[in-house]
Ligand binder design. Structure first.
Ligand code: DC
Length: 226
């Protein structure tokens, strides 16, 4: 099997990773892997059982009973399968965002999910987004991007996104949650959010999505020749 191409996109919540990765994947014909959704699925599973994401003993006790699967529909949209159940929409709440951030600091959880992510990159050309893709999951990715934006810009985008979905959203509250998640994700002991040494940093605060996609596409063309 020919070696596959991998593009890693890391960065904090709301920097535009998923929108940009999805667009690039469609343009390049690659498979988009949203790894945050995998952690969200674990958080959702524990939530259904009433286990706190901080309860390391509880998490260790129930983790064996969880099977996480990733499938794609005919439009290329990623679906998360929890013990055979499609939970793609259920994991998209603010509450699960926070719980996913907390449970993702658990070493057992991170270890359990590593092969699932690496197997995807063995099988397909991927654009994978997350927090530790360039540093831990795919350290030999062909290209690494670190996407950032100011917390205020990210909170504004998140608020608009939630409102567009018909959910009530308070900017101040969203900003606080983003800042809390940034702190948790970048201060945990294992695989914290940080820029890989060989990653290209792109600050999206002042850029629109088209501009960012075009800029990254150019870097990809230069580096990978596609
Ligand atoms: O990208 P997201 O907001 O869906 O991710 C939810 C949480 O999952 C995030 O706050 C931290 C965790 N996560 C992680 O630890 N490593 C990844 N590669 C992706 C997400």
């Amino acid at each position: 099997m020919a070696k596959k191409i991998a593009i890693a996109i890391d960065g904090p919540a709301g920097a535009g990773k998923s929108t940009i990765a999805r667009r690039l994947a469609a343009e390049l014909g690659y498979c988009y892997v949203d790894t945050g959704a995998i952690y969200r699925t674990v958080a959702y599973f524990l939530d259904l059982l009433g286990i706190s994401p901080k309860d390391a003993d509880g998490v260790a006790r129930y983790l064996d009973e969880l099977t996480v699967g990733i499938t794609y529909d005919e439009e290329g949209k990623q679906h998360m399968i929890m013990n055979g159940m499609d939970v793609t929409e259920d994991i998209r709440t603010q509450e699960i965002s926070q719980k996913a951030s907390l449970v993702s600091a658990n070493p057992l959880v991170r270890e359990m999910l590593l092969d699932l992510q690496r197997d995807m990159a063995k099988e397909y050309n991927v654009i994978m987004d997350g927090r530790d893709i360039g540093t831990v999951v795919l350290p030999r990715a062909n290209m690494k991007i670190f996407l950032t934006a100011s917390p205020e810009v990210r909170a504004k985008r998140r608020t608009a996104e939630l409102e567009a979905k018909g959910q009530t959203a308070n900017y101040e509250k969203v900003l606080k949650e983003i800042q809390q998640r940034d702190y948790q994700d970048s201060h945990r002991a294992i695989a914290p959010l940080k820029q890989a040494k060989d990653a290209v940093k792109v600050d999206t605060s002042e850029l629109d999505i088209d501009g960012v996609v075009a800029a990254i596409r150019k870097i990809v063309e230069g580096k990978i020749g596609q």
